[in-house]
Ligand binder design. Structure first.
Ligand code: AMP
Ligand code: ZN
Length: 466
């Protein structure tokens, strides 16, 4: 496959360090609140990437951290720990908050068919590893102690800004706006590896360390957890674009300083899901969750399809109008696939042809919407139902849209009837739009006479035989 690499700013052929194996790391959620559907856009696209790599034959090991300590409310080292903020909001302990929102995150993932990574590791389980890595960085002269904290010295690395493609001044705007400078830092871009009691006295979770009672910075957790489970070389590192700076920039600095050699080959970043007012974010408090979409009547997999229809490197604006259109298309596609008969001989040549087309489409920098187009084209092509169903089942290994799974209550519909009812539904929708409610009601009655019941839902009009 070819993939855009944030590190080189080029679309490159994906060639892992070791043939046939992919060591993949994903920045996990900060579990102080529910994941919003923006966060989940990133995880959906990373899931498709992982599944695609498996589909084309790679042996993938994927590791994800759970941030349950150290992520301060500014991505720079200022403000309160986000976990503490969540605990105060809900009058619970930090660990209760972490457990609750970790479970909620994986429940959302399940609804969206996002596979659980092979390893999921909370930061609080790895304190001794963080301490060890920080000790090595101090020994090697990449870190220093100041004001009872330990800092990473960014002037010691050759190309600190390699991932960002921006200069220092551009990047500092926004990250450090209206926050006071930390006088302990030797360079503006230095960051904290370990905080002690000298700062943020009210931190709930603290651990003993060679530098005093304290807690780790956010960035060290990902370098350490990746090293713990994936070793000295990483093939692929993922996250949303907001992670590029400072988080991933700092991960590269720490890991390469620690190992003494280049670390991760490919950096995959998903653009943001935006609302009218800008980026969807947890700190705004009012954000969209999977449960909220469900309450409004949407199948979570409609949101997955919404994400798959656009390219991961383009910002995506959320709107209910677009989601409604996707819901209607999703329902139609699913019905079409479910109505495919299983009987018949499989056409192996066609299967291989469409498999290759699908690989070409999705393998082109994870172009999921082209992948969906191949699916639609295949359904229109000349081959028997059984072959079409088998190909759809095969694509589903990557798409995971639940297209081939029959709803428990759904019974196979014959194609002629489906076509007739869908035509009537479209006629009725047009009548309603033209405010011809008498006609709309007449269509409903006509169908009812034939034993067809209509139900208007957010996902469009659905029907059932009685
Ligand atoms: P967090 O829980 O804040 O640590 O974020 C979890 C993941 O979601 C990270 O990979 C972020 O980069 C990503 N993310 C945050 N906001 C958005 C958004 N609006 N759209 C897409 N991804 C996002
Ligand atoms: Zn991370």
């Amino acid at each position: 496959m070819v993939l855009y690499n944030t590190l080189t700013k080029k679309i490159e052929e994906f060639i892992p360090y070791e043939e046939g194996k992919v060591r993949m790391y994903t920045c996990g959620p900060t579990v102080y609140h529910y994941a919003h559907i923006g966060n989940l856009r990133s995880y959906i696209m990373e899931d498709v990437l992982e599944k695609f790599l498996r589909y084309v034959g790679y042996d993938v090991t994927r590791v994800m951290n759970i941030t349950d300590v150290g992520h301060l409310s500014s991505d720079a080292d200022t403000g309160e720990d986000k976990m503490l903020k969540g605990a105060k909001r809900e009058h619970k302990t930090v660990m209760e908050i972490a457990q609750f929102y970790t479970d909620a995150f994986f429940s959302d993932c399940e609804k969206l068919r996002i596979k659980r990574p092979d390893v999921v590791e909370p930061a609080t389980h790895c304190i001794s590893e963080f301490i060890h890595m920080i000790e090595v960085l101090l020994e090697k002269g990449y870190a220093y102690r100041a004001g009872d904290n330990v800092y990473f010295d960014t002037s010691k690395v050759k190309d600190y800004y390699v991932l960002t493609g921006h200069n220092e001044e551009e990047l500092m705007v926004g990250v450090r706006d209206d926050v006071e400078e930390d006088a302990n830092k030797r360079n503006k871009s230095d960051f904290v590896l370990w905080f002690t009691k000298s700062k943020f006295e009210n931190q709930e979770l603290k651990w003993e360390s060679p530098w005093g009672l304290g807690y780790p910075g956010w960035h060290i957790e990902c370098s350490c957890i990746a090293a713990k489970y994936l070793g000295e070389h990483l093939d692929l590192h993922c996250g949303g674009v907001d992670n590029i700076f400072p988080h991933h920039t700092n991960e590269i600095a720490q890991s390469e300083a620690y190992f003494g050699h280049p670390w991760c080959k490919y950096w995959f970043h998903v653009q943001h899901l935006n609302e009218k007012g800008g980026k969807m974010s947890k700190s705004k408090g009012d954000f969209l969750t999977v449960s909220l979409l469900q309450e409004k009547g949407y199948d979570p997999l409609v949101y997955r399809m919404f994400c798959l229809q656009s390219h991961y490197r383009k910002p995506l604006e959320f709107s209910y109008d677009v989601l409604d259109n996707v819901a209607a298309a999703y329902q139609k596609l699913k019905t079409r696939i479910q109505n495919l008969q299983r009987e018949g001989e499989l056409d192996a040549e066609k299967q291989e042809l469409y498999r290759q087309r699908f690989i070409e489409a999705v393998g082109n920098d994870l172009n999921t919407s082209s992948g969906l187009t191949v699916l639609y084209d295949m359904l229109k092509a000349d081959m028997n139902d059984a072959t079409k169903r088998a190909i759809a089942e095969d694509f589903e290994k990557v798409l995971s849209l639940g297209l081939t799974e029959a709803k428990e209550t759904a019974e196979p519909q014959d194609e002629e009837l489906t076509a007739y009812v869908e035509e009537k539904i479209a006629e009725r929708a047009a009548a309603k739009k033209a405010k011809d409610f008498a006609k709309a009601d007449a269509i409903r009655a006509e169908l009812l006479e034939k034993g067809i019941v209509l139900k208007d839902t957010r996902e469009g009009t659905q029907w059932q035989k009685v």
